[in-house]
Design a protein. Structure first.
Length: 225
């Protein structure tokens, strides 16, 4: 089994941990497996910048990705703002997958990366033998997993818990300065169309926050203490 892993899109704290977990799981199920990595995500897949990481030392506690995580894609946006396959890039990816005789491509990414991967897979799966697996990561926690724990749906995307903890520490420290200097501070968080990262912050650390999830352009204020 020959597996190729790519980390694509924005950074999260869980990229190296995910890389090592996938690599080690592959080797545990097949000691003769060979695991490759694409430098820069889809950019490396397109340009053929691919290395062997079967025996590479990967520190799961080190943030970021040893493979880098850039923003390229086998798709492009059309005039309507929708993803469509970029045939030239897709053909280059397929050519490099065949060159390294890849059986399984694992793409670690968030919303945009996984959307593009789904389209790429749908277009090439009928023509080529390799399989494609999308492995989610996003601090936005906005990719539904359908995982249920004790009757409650649990969606904790790799990277989100650490991001939530870091934001908690940052806001806690800013609060003391705001109280001391009698100032108002504004903290803007990431989230795409989801306010989950913001909502996980304790109410005692905020006076007011806005979650811009409504697509009508209006934001809903939520008051704390």
């Amino acid at each position: 089994m020959r597996i190729l892993i790519a980390t694509n899109g924005g950074d999260t704290c869980a990229l190296n941990a995910s890389l090592r977990s996938i690599r080690d799981s592959a080797l545990a199920h097949g000691p003769t497996a060979i695991v490759f990595g694409a430098i820069g995500g889809y950019k490396g897949l397109i340009e053929g910048h691919i290395i062997d990481i079967t025996n590479h030392d990967i520190n799961p506690f080190h943030g970021g990705s040893i493979l880098k995580s850039l923003r390229d894609s086998p798709c492009r946006l059309n005039a309507d703002g929708e993803y469509e396959l970029d045939e030239e890039k897709a053909n280059k990816i397929v050519r490099n997958l065949k060159r390294f005789r890849v059986d399984v491509l694992v793409v670690i990414g968030g919303d945009g990366t996984l959307r593009a991967t789904k389209i790429f897979f749908a277009e090439v799966v009928q023509r080529h033998a390799f399989r494609i697996i999308g492995f989610l990561k996003t601090i936005d926690n906005d990719v539904r997993t359908y995982s249920v724990f004790q009757g409650v749906e649990a969606a904790l995307c790799p990277g989100f818990p650490t991001a939530a903890r870091c934001l908690f520490e940052i806001v806690k420290r800013i609060r003391t300065t705001a109280e001391t200097c009698e100032r108002i501070f504004t903290v803007e968080t990431m989230g795409r169309d989801a306010g989950i990262l913001l909502c996980w912050q304790p109410k005692r650390h905020r006076s007011l926050h806005h979650v811009s999830e409504n697509h009508n352009g209006l934001s809903q204020p939520i008051r704390g203490n």
